[in-house]
Design a protein around this ligand. Structure first.
Ligand code: HEM
Length: 535
């Protein structure tokens, strides 16, 4: 064969190879079109269907990600969409697998509930994430996922979350670390350390204690592993060229920390574990709970890592954005503080009931999660040939087995057309997020402005607000997270009368890794009430 090609000469050989590639491409395209028709669908707005046009989108995603502008890039994709399908675009690169990027609530609803069994994490996601999260709740589908969920859920029932001792311990440690009134501190750094300490304490019964020991090797390793994991996910088709030495070394460091806890728990007999699990036993940890169901150290390790990644950065980033926005809006801080002093008082730790009764505080956290959903991008693979709903009056979109649907809650929750008309135009003259929002009245705020009061007048339409996802895979730690964040804010509100931002408002940006956090941290100064007065 090779001899035959050589006898043709280089020109003919090149033409032949190009011809074959072209033939393959045309056949592939026809075959995809055929299967899409077979499921009764059409294509989404097509941006690329081959490596020549498709690779540039991938490279641009990597380019904007390294410049921390992935949100800008993602939203810009829809500028090329057709009017028939304005919120879902298709990019195909190699073979038959396609990427569908969406910011459409009906698509998110379909993936997460209506056709839950037809979409999942998929084999590729499992392969890319398994060195870190193994076969955990985060990386599996079907029965394996359902077993993991059953294993984990009991630790998040209301009666467990009601125990606020861990939150109190670590919030008070955080407050001890704050400098004197008026001095600048990066709250984001402290929140990340605090939530690591809370989560490891809750999971293992022993904390990394990073608030007291910021240079603990676990801290840097956890961050590095997540950074590289995000790159491996975004650049999935090119992942073999990404160096993974630091990734693997980071995972080993994390394992070195959790392994002794696992070994100690497994040295307990089943009856000792059962005794620990008696209700109200404060020594019971997540680890004990899982060890009652499985004694396989690998399964335990995988689930621990999954809950650690799910629970730590999400709450830290949300707290960071909340404090950033509260520093911008003294009126919100003052109202929250008055509520807290009336309900909880100046010194007592809040009870679970106190926290649930602080409605404006809940609205404030909801508002943060509306503007800065902690998981800004997510994906699902089609597990079989299926569809996504088309626009009203338009056919459905065909999705083929192996296609990846990327959905962005960040892009969707910032879509102005999903908000009532009068709100979208109310503050148009400020061109989006102005600094002067104090004169905001009655919750009639532009959707681009942080305004907790809007929640007193407005309920988002179904599936237009899903920071915790929805459907069977809804965040299992939602109540834990809301309680932890509210507790922390109450403790800060009790002590400090006001706060001031000490960073550059205009320089701040949304840094999206697995979780989206303020790119410049949150440098602020807190001020205690003069003479210890309450308000
Ligand atoms: C502001 C805080 C949080 C936000 C915004 C958040 C958001 C989410 C989202 C969007 C998912 C869906 C991921 C997916 O299916 O691809 C998820 C899943 C999950 N979250 Fe959270 N989360 C938060 C805090 C927590 C906390 C504190 C914990 C536990 C300590 C936790 C545990 C989990 C677990 C185990 C899952 C997997 C559920 C499953 O696949 O069945 N999360 N979370």
């Amino acid at each position: 064969m090779l001899q035959l090609l050589v006898s043709f000469g280089p020109l003919y050989t090149t033409a032949l190879i190009l011809g074959c590639l072209m033939g393959l491409f045309v056949c592939n395209r026809l075959y995809v079109d055929y299967r899409i028709r077979k499921v009764g669908g059409v294509r989404a707005s097509v941006l690329a269907t081959n490596p020549f046009t498709g690779l540039q989108f991938l490279m641009r995603a990597a380019y904007w990600q390294t410049r921390d502008k992935l949100d800008y890039y993602y939203r810009s994709l829809f500028n090329w969409a057709s009017p028939e399908c304005p919120n879902c675009v298709e990019i195909a690169i190699f073979g038959r697998a396609r990427f569908l990027m969406t910011q459409e609530p009906e698509h998110i609803k379909t993936i997460l509930t209506g056709k839950f069994r037809e979409y999942g994490k998929g084999e590729r996601f499992h392969e890319i994430w398994s060195p870190f999260l193994g076969d955990s709740i985060f990386t599996t589908d079907g029965q394996q996922w359902s077993d993991s969920r059953a294993l984990i859920r009991p630790m998040f029932v209301k009666d467990r979350v009601r125990d606020l001792e861990i939150f109190d311990r670590w919030t008070m440690t955080l407050i001890e670390k704050l400098p004197a009134s008026g001095q600048t501190v990066d709250m984001m750094d402290l929140f990340y350390r605090m939530t690591l300490d809370v989560t490891t304490d809750f999971l293992l019964g022993g904390s990394v204690n990073s608030l007291n020991n910021p240079k603990h090797e676990f801290v840097a390793a956890f961050q590095e592993v997540q950074r590289i994991q995000m790159l491996l996910t975004i650049l999935a088709p090119l992942r073999s060229i990404i160096p993974t030495y630091r990734y693997k070394r980071g995972i080993r460091i994390l394992e070195r920390f959790v392994s002794p806890f696992i070994a100690r728990t497994l040295s307990l007999s089943p009856s000792e574990l059962d005794k620990l699990s008696q209700s109200d036993n404060k020594d019971l940890t997540f680890l004990h709970q899982i060890a009652r169901t499985t004694r396989d150290p690998k399964i335990i390790r995988d689930q621990l890592m999954a809950v650690l990644i799910a629970g730590r950065d999400t709450t830290a980033a949300t707290l960071s954005w909340t404090v950033y926005e509260l520093a911008r809006q003294p009126r919100v801080w003052a109202r929250l503080r008055a509520d807290v002093l009336n309900t909880v008082g100046r010194h007592n730790p809040p009870t679970y009931e106190d926290l649930k009764g602080l409605t404006f505080l809940t609205h404030t956290l909801n508002e943060t999660l509306r503007m800065y959903p902690a998981v800004p991008y997510n994906l699902r693979a089609a597990l079989q040939d299926t569809t996504l709903p088309g626009r009203e009056g338009q056919p459905d979109i065909g999705v083929l087995k192996g296609d990846i649907v990327v959905y962005s809650t960040l892009a969707m929750q910032r879509r102005r057309d999903l908000y009532p008309e009068e709100w979208a135009t109310a503050k148009m003259e400020e061109k989006g997020r102005g600094l002067a929002v104090d004169e905001e009245v009655g919750g009639l705020a532009d959707p681009g402005v942080f305004c907790p009061e809007r929640w007193e007048r407005w309920t988002p339409k179904a599936w237009t607000y899903v920071p915790f996802n929805g459907g069977p895979r809804i965040c299992v730690g939602q109540n834990f997270a809301m309680t932890e964040m509210a507790f922390t804010l109450v403790r800060l509100l009790q002590k400090y009368e006001r706060l001031e931002y000490r960073g550059d408002w205009h320089g701040q940006f949304h840094k999206a890794e697995i979780v989206g956090a303020p790119g410049h941290g949150v440098p602020v100064a807190f001020f205690e009430a003069e003479n210890g007065s309450a308000v």
